[in-house]
Design a protein around this ligand. Sequence first.
Ligand code: PDD
Length: 288
Amino acid sequence: MSQVYLNGAFMAPQDARISPMDRGFLFADGIYEVIPAYNGVLFRFDEHLDRLERSLREVQIINPHSRAQWQALCEDLIARNNGGNISVYLQISRGMAEKRDHAFPDPPVVPTVFMMTSPIAVPAADSPDTARGYGAITRDDIRWARCDIKSVSLLPNSLLRQQAVAAGAAEAILLRDGFVTEGSASNVFIVQSGTIITPPRSHAILGGITRDLVVELCHQHGLPLEERELTETELRQADEIWITSSTKEVVPITTLNGHPVGQGQPGPVWKALAHHYVRHKRRLCGLD
Ligand code: PDD
């Protein structure tokens, strides 16, 4: 039986109760993180916590826990859910107010903390030589102007991902004014004549933890990489397209709007990067 965490207690998911007056429910007034754990070991925990603290600061929610407390809660929840390869979902809303008012409650109320785990499916990067590719579609980026905040306000992302699913694709890659921003729940990389290109960190995208790790691995292993604006034309003409996220790692996209990307197979640069990624993960999480 799985266990979740809500406001100080561990319990079965069906026993977790939140008031409809919670601002997370009424206003999507909250932020979240998704932290992978392999072999029960949290992966890039400090980077995820840096981003969590930043998101909280940006929306002015008081951080209810120290970093050591967050780590203990995550590790406890992982152990209660039998470890292995799982992701921890962690959400903090501003809390429950007595009346519905757009402005923050004054004095502030106690934030609501909810955590749960989900199994991580075996990622494509685990078998670089035999992995299959996935499809993506392009759509206009209809989201707000602070996509750098990991807000639970995900209706546009959800609508966009649903369009991908309806088209039989794995992801919607988003375009704003002719430039690629990111995926509905991922960051985007392309390969152009051997050079890896990804849009720079800005308010238009989430600063992905996996994105940053891929950038680090490219630098470490001498793979040429540019962080710069990426046009829609470059995306359409790319030799390879990848998407990255904490639960899916680095995924090769082999069709875009139904057309093959490059040779229509996971490309050689993706394979090289996937090997580096898996080695790094195995070393950090004691999987060797
Ligand atoms: N989403 N961009 C968006 C809009 C995302 O929602 C995500 C991740 C990413 C990748 O970030 P990271 O590498 O830190 O996971 C980029 C998570 C996994 C989710 O919402 O479930």
